[in-house]
Write a protein that binds this ligand. Structure first.
Ligand code: SF4
Length: 62
């Protein structure tokens, strides 16, 4: 089954944590919220860490 990494912009509060942890995977959009730029930009472990570190659980990988 294909997994899809995504940020729920309705939940994201723009804290920037995921961008700091995985700068090749996420970037801050013009709306001040994170967006995925490359699903495989950083290692799986780093991406998992970003998912777990998001304070509002806005990042999913299903
Ligand atoms: S860690 Fe979560 S709340 Fe913070 S910018 Fe990333 S997606 Fe948004």
């Amino acid at each position: 089954m294909d997994k899809k990494l995504r940020v729920d912009k309705n939940k994201c509060i723009g804290c920037g944590t995921c961008v700091v942890l995985c700068p090749k995977t996420f970037q801050m959009g013009k709306d001040g919220k994170s967006e995925v730029i490359n699903e495989k930009g950083d290692s799986e472990a780093d991406i998992k860490n970003a998912i777990d570190s998001c304070p509002v659980g806005a990042i999913s990988n299903k």
